[in-house]
Write a protein that binds this ligand. Structure first.
Ligand code: CP
Ligand code: NVA
Length: 312
C-alpha cells in the first residue's frame, strides 16, 4: 500500500499519472459529471495546524468523488490531549478508508503511516507540502509553463522550498532557490534533491541573490516568511528577509510572459507586493482552485493502487 508523504516516494511517471487523473476528473467535474470513484469511502482529515484551502479542498474533493470527509482538529480529538500518534493511527485507520494529516514534524506523519492500515496523505508538515506542489504543477501545465521551465523560488528555505526541490528533481527542470543567509533549505533535503537531479537531469541552483534567481525565469514563486509554528520569530525574520519581496522590479527581471505562483495565504507588503499579487490574481486563484482537482487525482490514484494490490 502506498502513502503520499513526499514526492520523492514516487517515480516521475507515477506523479504524471496522478496529474493526468486530476485533469480528467477536473474536466468531468466542470461538466457536472460527478463520477463516484470513491463511493462510500471516508477520508479522515487530521489537522494539528490551521488551514483554509487544504480543509475545504479535501472535504469537497472526497464528497465529489462519492465519499465523505471527517474534519478532525487536534484540539477536539484525544491526540491533542496526548493520545499517541501510533494509537490514533491504529484506531482511525480501522474506521476510515484514507487519511490526510497536517502536522509538525515529518516523523509524526511517518509514524502515523507506519501504523495505518489505509493510505496516508501529507497535508503539510514542517518539511514538505507535496499536495501543493502537485497543484502548482497542474497550474503550470494549464498556463503553458510545463515544458522545460525555469522556476525561481524566492524566500524562506521552508516546506514549500523543499517540495519545489522534490518536484524539480523528479521531473527534471531548472529550479533556482534564493534564500537569505541563515534561512537556506535543510541540508539533508537539499543533498537528496541534488542526488535525485543527477538521474532526472534537473538543474538545481542555490543562492542568496533573489534578482539573480529571477532573471529570465518562466515561473516566479515565494511563500510566507513566517510559517505556522514560527510566530515568535516574526520580528527577526522580517529583518532577515529585507530585499526578498517579489515586487514589480523583481518580476520585471523574469521573462515578459512569466507567471507568479503563491500557495497562499499571502502577506502583501512582505513576501509579495500588492501590485504583483493583484496582477497575477487569476493565476494565483486558479492555483488555489486546483487544490481541489490535484488532490482528487492523488486520492483516486492511491485508491486504484490499493485495489490493484488487493486484486480487486
Ligand atoms: N496553501 C495551503 O495549504 O493553504 P491552507 O493553509 O489554507 O490549507
Ligand atoms: N510555509 C507555510 C505554508 C502554508 C500553506 C507554512 O508552513 O505555514
Amino acid at each position: 500500500m502506498r502513502h503520499f508523504l513526499t514526492l520523492a516516494d514516487f517515480t516521475k511517471d507515477e506523479l504524471l499519472e496522478m496529474v493526468a487523473l486530476a485533469q480528467k476528473i477536473k474536466a468531468q467535474t466542470k461538466q457536472k459529471q460527478f463520477v463516484p470513484y470513491m463511493e462510500h469511502q471516508t477520508l479522515g482529515m487530521i489537522f494539528e495546524k490551521s488551514s483554509t484551502r487544504t480543509r475545504v479542498s479535501f472535504e469537497t474533493g472526497i464528497y465529489q468523488l462519492g465519499g465523505i470527509g471527517l474534519f478532525l482538529s487536534a484540539n477536539d480529538i484525544q491526540l491533542g490531549r496526548g493520545e499517541p500518534m501510533k494509537d490514533t493511527a491504529r484506531v482511525i485507520s480501522r474506521m476510515v478508508d484514507m487519511v490526510m494529516i497536517r502536522t509538525f514534524e515529518q516523523s509524526k506523519l511517518e509514524e502515523f503511516a507506519a501504523y495505518s492500515k489505509v493510505p496516508v496523505i501529507n497535508g503539510l508538515t514542517d518539511s514538505y507540502h507535496p499536495v501543493q506542489l502537485m497543484t502548482d504543477y497542474l497550474t503550470m501545465i494549464e498556463f503553458g509553463k510545463d515544458q522545460n521551465p525555469v522556476v525561481a523560488y524566492v524566500g524562506d528555505g521552508n516546506n514549500m522550498a523543499h517540495s519545489w526541490l522534490m518536484l524539480a528533481a523528479k521531473l527534471g527542470f531548472e529550479l533556482r532557490i534564493a534564500t537569505p543567509k541563515g534561512y537556506e533549505c535543510d541540508k539533508a533535503i537539499s543533498e537528496k534533491a541534488l542526488s535525485m537531479a543527477q538521474e532526472s537531469g534537473a538543474k538545481i541552483i542555490f543562492g542568496n541573490d533573489p534578482k539573480e534567481a529571477v532573471k529570465n525565469a518562466d515561473v516566479v514563486t515565494t511563500d510566507t516568511w513566517v510559517s505556522m509554528g514560527q510566530e515568535q520569530e516574526k520580528e527577526i525574520r522580517m529583518k532577515a528577509f529585507e530585499g526578498y519581496m517579489v515586487d514589480n522590479a523583481m518580476m520585471s527581471l523574469a521573462k515578459d510572459e512569466a507567471i507568479f505562483l503563491h500557495c497562499l495565504p499571502a502577506y502583501r507588503g512582505y513576501e509579495v507586493s500588492e501590485e504583483v499579487f493583484e496582477a497575477y490574481a487569476e493565476v494565483i486563484f486558479s492555483e488555489a482552485e486546483n487544490r481541489l482537482h490535484a488532490q482528487k487525482g492523488i486520492m483516486v490514484w492511491l485508491d486504484n493502487h490499493r485495489n490493484q494490490e488487493e486484486g480487486k
